[in-house]
Design a protein around this ligand. Structure first.
Ligand SMILES: Nc1ncnc2c1ncn2[C@@H]1O[C@H](COP(=O)(O)OP(=O)(O)OP(=O)(O)O)[C@@H](O)[C@H]1O
Length: 359
């Protein structure tokens, strides 16, 4: 029976280490190196990181395709992988959606979904498959073949096929990477709605921050086989635990600040209030993270900065602005404010939450 307690960890990974035999044939490479994470029933998690950081290896280990060197993987509080335990992949109640969707080209959409339902009596398979097609809004495509569908529709079939056997957990490996860039964010939002409305617990991996933020409740930023921070997207953006994450998430630069009396910090653009937990000595030099959305263009501001680069993004420009000290910062500016390179524009600071680092 499915336990719907939202506080129960459905997936829990502790101290996971995975090595591969080196491709050159001697020694080992460490792909996962002390990874922890916890996903609750109904949550959507995402591992975000650049190529080679170990994301796909973690998914394969959760499925049971990689043996683990150290640590544990638990599903519903039961160890399924450890150095001494290995539950076979087909016993884990996990559904998988691959990068290329891996649909059977010679089977119709309906037959693709029926394929995963062999545990059901024959007469129940087609009605159940039709029900899942309805849930991904593709009832009108049941007789189509995969090549007759758009990339986004194929992805929804792959999702329905993974969800139909009602696994405990769905894993998605770069589910948007073969789709048009313009579509990805919309499809990520759509996929989130489908997963949430069916109360599915899912873990995906991607290297695209916007996808991760559009779909996930919790995002884990990975580097060198570890999760550096496992948090809600808002927390990752506004409270990165280290410089690597601050740099990786969002467009930002570090500027120098000097701590002032009264829990303030002075930077070239003005004064900012420090948070309660940011404890520094007066006079100490610290780094402040400034993001593009912390800077507002204001024609009437006496604070001027020179436009050195600009990228048109539709609704806004991303300007790179040079301050008097030669430090360059970013700013999003509505696209009707079309200033030329070399022009000086007025700006002011609106950072309401300051991210600081002292080492
Ligand atoms: N079968 C293998 N044999 C040897 N090394 C491997 C093997 N598979 C992966 N690796 C290495 O392990 C590390 C992690 O690989 P993994 O595929 O998990 O990373 P990833 O974050 O998913 O990357 P990508 O986004 O490029 O798929 C990399 O250094 C990779 O070269």
């Amino acid at each position: 029976m499915i336990d719907t307690n939202p506080n129960q960890a459905l997936l829990s990974i502790q101290g996971l280490e995975i090595d591969y035999r080196s491709r050159e044939g001697h020694g080992h490479v460490s792909a996962v190196n002390g990874l922890d994470l916890e996903l609750r029933q109904g949550e959507i998690g995402c591992l975000l990181g650049s190529s080679g950081c170990g994301k796909s290896t973690v998914l394969r280990a959760i499925c049971g395709f990689e043996p683990v060197k150290a640590g544990n993987i638990l599903l519903r509080n039961t160890v399924v992988s450890s150095p001494s335990t290995h539950l076979a992949p087909n016993q884990r109640r996990i559904g998988m959606v691959f990068q290329d969707f891996a649909l059977f080209p010679h089977l119709t959409v309906l037959e693709n979904i029926i394929f995963g339902l062999h545990h059901l009596p024959n007469e129940k398979r087609a009605p159940v498959a039709r029900e899942w097609l309805k849930r991904v809004f593709l009832s009108n495509k049941e007789k189509a073949y995969p090549h007759e569908l758009s990339g986004g529709q194929q992805q929804r079939v792959a999702l329905a096929r993974a969800m139909a056997p009602e696994p405990d957990l769905i894993l998605l490996d770069e589910p948007f990477s073969s789709l048009d860039v313009d579509l990805r964010e919309r499809l990520a939002t759509e996929m989130r709605e489908i997963l949430k409305s069916n109360a599915i617990t899912a873990l995906l991996v991607t290297h695209d921050q916007f996808e991760a933020f559009a779909i996930a409740d919790k995002v884990g930023v990975m580097a060198d086989g570890k999760v550096l921070q496992w948090d809600a997207p808002y927390e990752l953006y506004h409270k990165p635990v280290n410089r690597y994450i601050a740099d990786f998430i969002g467009r930002g630069v570090f500027v120098k600040g000097i701590v002032q009396p009264g829990r303030k910090v002075h930077i070239e653009l003005g004064e900012l209030a420090l948070e309660e937990d940011q404890i520094y000595e007066v006079g100490q030099e610290i780094d402040i993270l400034l993001r593009a959305d912390d800077i507002v263009h204001d024609d009437h501001s006496p604070m001027q900065a020179e436009v050195v680069r600009k990228t048109f993004r539709g609704a806004d420009f991303l300007y790179t602005l040079k301050l008097r000290s030669d430090v360059e910062i970013f700013a999003f500016v509505p696209s009707h404010h079309d200033h030329a390179i070399g022009e000086k524009i007025g700006i002011h600071l609106v950072a309401d939450h300051v991210v600081t680092f002292s080492d």
